[in-house]
Write a protein that binds this ligand. Structure first.
Ligand code: FAD
Length: 166
């Protein structure tokens, strides 16, 4: 790593975003330094999230997040191999507890389709309960998103940083 005053680019913050940017910039002939005020990487928000690789149905179409979420999810399939990440592609369900909730699922389905999320479907209560038998028996359905996954956010952040250095 170069002395900081000789760096071409200084990235402030060693969370998942800063380290992923450092990895991308490592492809170029640049001296890149990541500056982190905590004693280690992934000690900000990246240490305290739910670890979900969201499918992309929640973001509003037309926003940057709506445009990038499904693409980002897809890119993690390559990152999983390149960085030896332990991702569980378990899918996700948004479960409706009553008729009011059930209407929200239609909105999320439409948003997801506009955002290009693959494989979305609304499951009837009996199918949801067959998959998740410990849910309350009076649920009214669920939005099933097969492309969602879960990941360890610490390992992902550290993997981005290690690979940038390599
Ligand atoms: C409760 C919760 C749950 C979430 N769940 C999910 C989820 O399931 N899936 C998902 O995709 N996203 C989730 N998110 C969002 C996700 O965690 C954030 O989008 C992501 O961690 C942001 O990464 P970051 O690198 O931008 O920020 P951070 O991880 O916060 O990194 C910023 C770093 O900058 C450092 N820093 C700040 N100022 C300075 C300075 N002046 N000098 C040096 N260092 C500095 C900080 O110490 C920190 O380490 C969740 C967020 C929260 C709060």
């Amino acid at each position: 790593m170069p002395p900081i005053e000789q760096a071409d680019i200084i990235i402030i913050g060693g969370g998942v975003v800063g380290t992923a940017i450092a990895r991308e910039l490592a492809r170029y002939r640049l001296d890149v330094v990541v500056v982190e005020r905590q004693p280690d990487l992934a000690m900000g928000t990246s240490k305290a999230n739910s670890g979900i690789l969201h499918a992309g149905f929640d973001a509003h179409p037309g926003t940057l997040k709506g445009e990038l979420n499904a693409r980002g999810n897809e890119l993690y399939r390559t990152l999983e191999k390149d960085l030896d990440l332990d991702i569980r592609w378990i899918g996700s369900m948004v479960v409706a507890k009553d008729e009011e909730d059930r209407k929200v699922l239609d909105d999320l389905l439409e948003r997801g389709r506009q955002n290009g999320v693959p494989g979305l479907e609304i499951l009837p209560p009996e199918e949801v309960l067959a998959r998740e038998p410990h849910l309350a028996p009076d649920i009214t359905g669920a939005l099933w998103a097969p492309s969602a996954g879960v990941i360890c956010p610490f390992r992902a952040t550290i993997a981005f940083a290690e690979n940038a250095v390599q």
